[in-house]
Design a protein around this ligand. Structure first.
Ligand SMILES: NC(=O)c1ccc[n+]([C@@H]2O[C@H](COP(=O)([O-])OP(=O)(O)OC[C@H]3O[C@@H](n4cnc5c(N)ncnc54)[C@H](OP(=O)(O)O)[C@@H]3O)[C@@H](O)[C@H]2O)c1
Length: 315
């Protein structure tokens, strides 16, 4: 496992974290195969040269088993923030059932090393999202494999679902009614998350460990939005919604295609995403502060070049 070149299969490797992780694993000398449900959707987001991208129905046990056969390690990054209904079934399928299938494929002649993405507060609070994360963690811990679990707070970097998303909203809306404005996060830089995976992969002491991944600063959601507005040079009115209205906003957005916010998001945000045992420190990684990266994420006022770069990162 130490320093050796491996064949690593990545599920969810076409996403925000995945593309960066794949690039890092390749530059570490590993061979990387990314399994995607539909590579064509991601055709304009270039994966690093050398990546083998395969279209595989990861929910098909036989196809998954075949795709994992012969690999040395599997990284499962698949995750969703919203399901189509609000009964937990979508989260269970993407987080629990898929994870169980990955474990079954590993046990059935597949790789013995599993790096599983999870989330801070897995198994806590009242959301289907966090409940499903807790269930998948339990399955991983009981798998008998050489597993490592990663529990990030919200992850930031160019093209993220945090500053990039609020930046886009702020450009459009002079007034922003904000649910859960007091929810707290310790945002962790995507480069540090990738570094954590890369280090854990080559460190045998990381087997059987759970790493909370969070940054050195704690912000409320309201502060994150105001920080984004300031970076963009925009004067915006951010109106924190009382809980009842926030809950109603979640209910209303449950019916909006793509669910920009949902009842389950509201429930997840009732549990602060701040962490307790510093996984980056445990892995010897110095955390990156938000201020060091925010200009790369949002650019500044009238920064056309950055606007184009951000557009490319998001689409
Ligand atoms: N971003 C954050 O702030 C954050 C914070 C905590 C935890 N996480 C977790 O970290 C992981 C990576 O996050 P990310 O931001 O990179 O996510 P992302 O950009 O949405 O990418 C996730 C990838 O998973 C695959 N996927 C999405 N929905 C799926 C489904 N229903 N079934 C099977 N595959 C599906 C997609 O690949 P294909 O379309 O190619 O199949 C997608 O590229 C996720 O598990 C996420 O929950 C993220």
């Amino acid at each position: 496992m130490n320093g050796k070149s491996m064949h690593i299969v990545v599920l969810g490797g076409t996403g925000f974290v995945g593309r960066r992780l794949v690039s890092r694993l390749l530059s570490d000398g590993h061979a990387v195969t990314v399994l995607s449900r539909n590579p064509a959707v991601h055709a304009d987001r270039l994966l690093a040269p050398g990546t083998v991208l395969r279209q595989v129905d990861v929910y098909d046990p036989a196809a998954l088993r075949a795709a994992l056969a012969g690999a040395d390690a599997v990284v499962n990054l698949v995750g969703i923030l919203n399901e189509s209904g609000d009964d937990g079934r979508g989260f269970r399928r993407a987080h629990v059932e898929l994870c169980q299938q990955v474990i079954a494929a590993c046990r059935d002649g597949g790789p013995q090393r599993l790096l599983q993405m999870s989330a801070l507060n897995a198994g806590r609070g009242g959301s289907h999202y966090l409940a499903s994360r807790g269930e998948s963690e339990a399955a991983v811990k009981a798998s008998g494999l050489q597993w490592t679990l990663f529990e990030p707070s919200v992850i930031f970097g160019p093209g993220d679902g945090l500053f990039t998303r609020f930046g886009a909203l702020l450009r459009l809306a002079p007034v922003l009614p904000l649910a859960c404005a007091n929810a707290r996060f310790a945002p962790v830089y995507v480069g540090d998350v990738v570094e954590a995976f890369a280090r854990a992969l080559r460190d045998r002491h990381a087997v059987g460990e759970v790493y909370e991944l969070y940054g050195p600063e704690v912000f409320t959601l309201g502060e994150i939005v105001k920080l984004s507005a300031r970076q963009l040079g925009l004067r915006r009115l951010v109106i924190p919604l009382p809980d009842l209205l926030g809950r109603m906003q979640g209910l209303a957005f449950d019916f909006v295609p793509g669910k920009p916010f949902s009842s389950d998001n509201f429930r997840s945000l009732q549990t602060d995403s701040v962490g307790g045992i510093d996984g980056l420190h445990r892995l010897g990684i110095a955390p990156t502060r938000v201020a060091a990266v925010l200009p790369d994420i949002l650019g500044g006022p009238d920064d056309k070049e950055h606007r184009y770069t951000r557009y490319r990162a998001m689409h």
